[in-house]
Design a protein around this ligand. Structure first.
Ligand SMILES: Nc1nc2c(c(CN[C@H]3C=C[C@H](O)[C@@H]3O)cn2[C@@H]2O[C@H](COP(=O)(O)O)[C@@H](O)[C@H]2O)c(=O)[nH]1
Length: 302
């Protein structure tokens, strides 16, 4: 039987972390977190930032669309950010994009697979409130055209049905079906898509809790702020100066170490990695944590 996608991720991250030269896990800090009396809960999806009411096909397609462009953190400092009208706080890059998409879906309906295949960067930029010439907009348009071809005539619920109740199989279908999901060794967006479809109530997976964390740039940053991840001085200086990292090398060590640390923290805290991920990610929205630079890598994976 072929290895499960999540098993390949765990094996890859264990190997990268064992051989890492620029990032290490601080055992004492990890034990401190593991022993803490934290209330680790998954807050679920925010109904303002995601389309959660309507026909299941629309909710499922809206989530596939959101997660097909749930990347770009390396460019986020160059994006125009929305302000939350309820709090007056500037929203993060990914929340800015997700919320703008949800508003569009509520007002104009959810794109069909055929419409997705005709996505243009300039029209998408206008919808997302961004400059039409921003390179992330052309990458987003490419991702959505690819999603349209991937979904085809089966619809979003058909994509889910083809996973036959397995989150791992759904993630594998995305990773094998679209180049921009082929985040080998981490499969962050392929995995978070399965989690999001389940959270949105349009999919049921028997192996959902086997997902790993969704290795982005914020979860490792929260762990670094807690002292769990320690970067060598040159890497720390590079990141603290706001300079981007190339794909591969140090950024892979950072993501892999975060995953390995969470593989140990999750059972200690009595939650699956997917719940720990969301809890850590939401803590990362804290202004004090956001004030410290996190690593930035301009890629299509996170
Ligand atoms: N590990 C993990 N990474 C996540 C999310 C979310 C939030 N969306 C989720 C929320 C509800 C649904 O569950 C969505 O899936 C975004 N990201 C990633 O963070 C990165 C930074 O973004 P920011 O802080 O905006 O700059 C970016 O690469 C973004 O792709 C998450 O929950 N976990």
């Amino acid at each position: 039987m072929a290895l499960r996608l999540t098993d390949t991720v765990r094996d890859h991250c264990a190997a990268v972390t064992a051989a890492a030269t620029a990032v290490r896990i601080d055992e004492a800090a990890l034990e401190r977190i593991a022993a803490g009396a934290w209330d680790v809960v998954d807050p679920g999806l925010d109904a303002r930032r995601h389309l959660l009411d309507g026909e299941p096909e629309d909710i499922a397609m809206a989530m596939l669309i959101a997660d097909a462009i749930n990347f770009g953190s390396g460019w986020f400092p160059t994006l125009r950010k929305r302000v939350d009208p309820a709090t007056g706080r500037t929203l993060s890059g990914s929340i800015t994009i997700a919320w703008a998409l949800a508003d569009h879906h509520r007002a104009h309906g959810v794109w069909t697979a055929t419409e997705l295949q005709a996505t243009r960067a300039d029209a998408l930029a206008a919808l997302l409130g961004q400059r039409p010439d921003h390179e992330l907009m052309s990458l987003y348009a490419q991702a959505l055209r690819s999603l349209g071809a991937f979904v085809g005539g089966r619809g979003a619920l058909g994509v889910i049905a083809d996973a036959r109740g397995s989150a791992d199989r759904l993630a594998r279908s995305l990773a094998d079906g679209m180049a921009l999901f082929a985040d080998t060794g981490f499969y962050k967006r392929a995995q978070i898509t399965a989690n999001d479809l389940a959270l949105a109530g349009v999919a049921t997976f028997t192996d959902l809790d086997d997902l790993t964390i969704f290795a982005d740039n914020l979860v490792p940053h929260v762990l670094r702020c807690e002292g769990v991840l320690v970067y060598d001085p040159a890497l720390a200086a590079h990141i603290d100066a706001g300079r981007t990292l190339p794909l591969g090398g140090a950024e892979r060590e950072i993501r892999a170490a975060a995953l390995v640390a969470c593989e140990r923290l999750a059972p200690a805290l009595g939650v699956p990695p997917r719940v720990l991920d969301t809890w850590l990610w939401n803590r990362g929205q804290d202004p004090a944590i956001k004030a410290r630079p996190r690593h930035r890598c301009r890629c299509v994976f996170y």
